[in-house]
Ligand binder design. Structure first.
Ligand SMILES: Cc1cc2nc3c(=O)[nH]c(=O)nc-3n(C[C@H](O)[C@H](O)[C@H](O)COP(=O)(O)OP(=O)(O)OC[C@H]3O[C@@H](n4cnc5c(N)ncnc54)[C@H](O)[C@@H]3O)c2cc1C
Length: 415
């Protein structure tokens, strides 16, 4: 493409969303992407008939930006059952979501997972968050997630058995130090919609956004090395200029390009196993409620979306927080030992398919990181920033930041 008006660095959800808004406005752009594919942290590999998302992740269908821009029907979303299992006291314990489970109120009240007062507090938290807007949630005073749960009166036991592993799986923070704003936002999304994956894997989300972009607008395997004034230099030394440059790289890479301090990272490891039989026959998240062993949470993802595994096989997605110093063989040994404890000797026959270690899965979002909740997208004249580090670490945050950057570019170019 010759001399586009706008250069976008990064083809993750933020860069693609930015491109889509520019395309809708008829402004020419080119996306420069360092890797060999689009999607950034939301990619899916195919291997031996299995669909492997690069790290366990899900779409909350209540995300307003996703509702606005994605075609959910075309994504063929497959839903998790609401609620969760938590392993503690030597057995699986089911936490029922009474709002979404037929006959769930009786089952929830009879269940010995969580005392009566914890259940009542969930009810109160849910109704408070459903009547708060997302903007209101992101304006509330920030505290740690743990502080908010303790001050809401939840018992230490319920926090340990449910909130800790559940939100550690989402915020990648087992100590619940992350901002209460993020916790409340996620809780609101969980209570207002479904948790789902596209039938063809999470990578179908960026692919759908990219399908709205002009055919020649993405240049893969092209690394932006440096940015001086309004000139971009690629790794081979090629200079590129445009009226506007949008840096849509992940936080650490963006910081390098624009000369800001790097955000701290939350990291995660995901192991995939093929099994003959699903260890849990439900499309439900399973949590480590006693805290022993490396596995924080797992799901038989093929129970949620059968297309993730070839016929007759199941695919288990195991999440371990951090990137870990151990080799795959060593860490896999600890994982299988824990799974044998949960499911018996049959876990010994699980076949390791592949694993992913993701050093920068999300920017750290301790209290202060989301203040202001919408960080400026204009860096200096002609240079713009977007990415989950501008809004919040989520599909919603990345997509909103891309739209905000596009709106800023369009406003400035029309002056
Ligand atoms: C394992 C995992 C689980 C998650 N779980 C969830 C979840 O369940 N729900 C949810 O909402 N969110 C989840 N997230 C967060 C969500 O995926 C991210 O917040 C979002 O995808 C970030 O998008 P982005 O466009 O800001 O950044 P990225 O996806 O990181 O995109 C940045 C792109 O820029 C490219 N790039 C970087 N530097 C350069 C350069 N110099 N030159 C050219 N290109 C460059 C990169 O290759 C990349 O493609 C999860 C993330 C991970 C990793």
């Amino acid at each position: 493409m010759s001399s586009p008006d706008v250069l976008i660095i990064g083809a993750g959800l933020a860069g693609l969303s930015c491109g889509r808004h520019l395309a809708d406005a008829g402004v020419s752009f080119q996306i420069i992407e360092a890797s060999d594919g689009i999607g950034g942290r939301v990619r899916t590999d195919e291997m031996d008939g299995f669909l492997l998302d690069r790290g366990f992740q899900v779409l909350f269908t209540a995300y307003p930006e996703a509702q606005r821009t994605l075609d959910y029907r075309a994504l063929e979303l497959k839903k998790f059952s609401s609620g969760a299992f938590s392993f503690f006291a030597g057995r699986m314990n089911k936490l029922v979501d009474p709002w979404r489970t037929p006959g769930g109120w009786g089952e929830a009240m009879r269940s010995d997972f969580g005392g009566f007062f914890d259940k009542m507090r969930i009810l109160r938290l849910r109704s408070r968050l459903r009547t708060s807007s997302i903007d209101q949630i992101f304006k509330r005073p920030e505290r740690s997630t743990k502080e908010v749960l303790v001050s809401a009166g939840f018992s230490e036991e319920f926090i340990h058995r449910f909130f800790r592993p559940f939100f550690a799986g989402i915020l990648l923070d087992s100590e619940l130090k992350s901002s209460s704003r993020m916790f409340e936002f996620v809780f609101k999304m969980l209570s207002e919609g479904d948790t789902a994956v596209p039938a063809r894997g999470m990578g179908a989300i960026p692919a759908q956004i990219a399908s709205h972009l002009p055919a020649d607008s993405i240049r893969l395997n092209t690394h932006a090395e440096s940015l001086h004034e309004n000139e971009l230099t690629l790794s081979g030394g090629e200079p590129l200029r445009a009226r506007a440059i949008v840096v849509a790289a992940d936080g650490p890479a963006a910081a390098h390009l624009v000369g800001e301090a790097e955000p701290a990272s939350r990291s995660v490891t995901c192991f995939y196993y093929a099994t003959e039989e699903p260890p849990v026959p439900h499309p439900m998240l399973v949590l480590n409620g006693d805290g022993a062993g490396p596995v924080n949470n797992f799901a038989v993802i093929s129970q949620v979306a059968p297309s993730y595994a070839p016929a007759g096989k199941s695919l288990v997605s195991v999440t371990v927080l951090g990137t870990q110093q151990l080799t795959d063989q060593q860490l896999g040994g600890f994982i299988i030992a824990q799974m044998k404890n949960w499911f018996g000797p049959m876990a010994g026959s699980w076949r390791h398919v592949k694993s992913y270690r993701i050093p920068h899965a999300q920017p750290q979002q301790f209290p202060g990181a989301l203040e202001p909740p919408k960080r400026p997208v204009r860096v200096r004249p002609g240079i713009y920033l977007c990415g989950d580090h501008r809004d919040n670490a989520s599909i919603q945050g990345a997509m909103v930041s891309g739209r905000r950057a596009a709106e800023a570019v369009l406003a400035d170019l029309s002056r």
